[in-house]
Design a protein around this ligand. Structure first.
Ligand code: FE2
Length: 479
């Protein structure tokens, strides 16, 4: 070959290689990493440590953790935290309730472990505590949390939709961004589909690993989604009835103040935190049977604000979805008792909107002479925190007698909600920390519905609770 032919061949080869590299970069598909076989197995060291509220967050809190079955007795220690490191000299030691979860025959779980739980009670309100868990020899780190105040004080909390997919790979950055936005948040609401395959120990391990110590510092208020209900076996001939995640009741210690219906235990409950009542519902089953209990806890609500959370949205965000039956069952109750905010999941996109203010027969003229658009009924939100995304419903909430104000697709989001007396401030942040959506609700004292103030580009510093305004440039169109 002469030098000219060589040069042509060399250039052609170089061109082919660079073209194929470019093409492979463009076509590269995301591959879920293969974890080591024993990665999610329990050991002697406590893990999956999670805080949950019990009856009264100003006096008590529950902690649950996992070990191998070698650890047959667990203990928790708790003391009022101080900056002096030997605060633990005043610690109280409490024996844990230990139960074995033998899920070796459940294919996706394939694990036997011990779960230990302690409810710390008789605590002082509005006080910083430190606790640790272990077996008396092997301990976790000391972990700090603050009890709720008995008085009305400003506070904030986080809310996330479905973590569900790519939990370790992608939910981790979202939940950590949430913590960065609100390090002093009082708790986190998880609106279901926290993992994809209800009983998968590996996916729960991803959830606990992605959230890391956030789960042990900020109590979780969790409701199950449809992905927390799966058959125990994938083999068709065997039992294919959907069962609640085998881990659910073992790994969370949730309030048992729900309806007296076995299937709803630890999935339907309420939590009172300072000026707020949070009602957790189970949208997967026995939806009608929850109404009597729901009416009771709404009717006897001593709190100024009420937030409901459940998985399947009453007003769907995504294309081709509509939970008509659920809407007809629950919306009239939310209307009647003037629920302020409904926090939902399931649709893998974002939608926030509202219904007309509901006025009872004797309230018909409270808005006379006022602009009704400034007042609102329940505000409904669907959000997604994990990596799976669906297309938005094209025509907003048309045909549903509700108005969608803001929507997003292909965006991981975390919400920060702050309550300060008569004001509830809502903000939604992207996984990269940008403010995407914000509004305020102002509680009215004269029987009027909540005043609604759109706050695009509005941010408050959650550490200050003084509503510092920090305007930023925001796109005005939906995305
Ligand atoms: Fe779902």
């Amino acid at each position: 070959m002469n030098p000219k032919t060589n040069r042509i061949l060399f250039v052609s080869l170089f061109f082919c290689i660079s073209l194929s590299l470019q093409l492979s970069a463009q076509q590269r598909e995301y591959v879920i990493p293969e974890f080591a076989k024993n990665w999610s197995k329990p050991g002697q060291h406590p893990d999956h440590i999670v805080l949950n509220f019990s009856e009264d967050p100003s006096e008590s809190v529950s902690v649950t953790w996992r070990t191998s079955t070698e650890i047959t007795q667990g203990y928790a220690e708790i003391a009022i935290a101080s900056a002096a490191p030997k605060f633990w000299r005043n610690a109280k030691t409490i024996e844990a309730k230990t139960e074995t979860m033998d899920a070796r025959k459940v294919e996706t779980a394939g694990v036997v472990s011990n779960y230990h739980s302690v409810t710390f009670s008789g605590l002082t309100s509005d006080t910083l505590y430190a606790y640790r868990v272990g077996d008396g020899k092997i301990w976790s780190e000391w972990i700090q949390f603050r009890t709720a105040s008995k008085a009305s004080k400003p506070f904030s909390f986080l809310y996330v939709g479905d973590a569900q997919n790519y939990i370790l790979e992608l939910w981790s950055r979202l939940i950590r961004e949430g913590y960065r936005k609100a390090p002093y948040a009082s708790f986190i609401i998880h609106a279901g589909d926290m993992i994809n395959d209800a009983h998968s120990e590996r996916q729960w391990h991803e959830w606990f690993t992605a959230g890391g110590w956030i789960h042990r510092m900020l109590p979780s208020i969790s409701v199950p989604g449809n992905h927390e209900y799966r058959p125990l076996s994938t083999k068709k001939k065997e039992n294919n009835i959907r069962s609640l995640s085998v881990q659910w009741k073992h790994q969370f210690t949730l309030p048992e103040n729900g309806p007296e219906i076995d299937e709803l235990k630890e999935t339907v409950y309420f939590t009172d935190y300072q000026d707020l009542r949070v009602i957790s519902l189970n949208s997967n089953l026995k939806q009608e049977e929850q109404i009597e209990w729901l009416e009771k806890v709404l009717k006897n609500n001593p709190k100024k604000w009420v937030v409901v959370t459940y998985h399947h949205p009453l007003f769907s965000a995504s294309s081709g979805r509509d939970n008509t039956r659920l809407r007809s069952l629950w919306k009239p109750i939310f209307d009647k008792y003037k629920v302020d905010l409904a926090l939902q999941g399931h649709d893998h996109s974002y939608a926030r909107g509202r219904t007309e203010p509901y006025l009872a027969a004797d309230e018909q003229n409270v808005l006379d002479g006022l602009n009704t658009r400034d007042y609102t009924g329940t505000v409904y939100v669907v959000s997604v925190s994990g990596g799976k995304m669906y297309k938005l419903r094209p025509n907003g909430w048309e045909g549903w007698d509700a108005q969608r104000d803001r929507a997003a697709e292909n965006t991981q989001l975390v919400q920060l909600i702050s309550i300060d007396g008569d004001k509830l401030s809502y903000q939604s942040f992207t996984a990269t920390g940008e403010l995407y959506d914000a509004f305020d609700l102002i509680k009215q004292s004269d029987g009027r519905p909540n005043k609604f103030i759109e706050k695009r580009g509005y941010a408050i510093d959650p550490r200050r609770h003084d509503n510092t305004i920090n305007y930023q440039d925001q796109p005005s169109e939906d995305r």
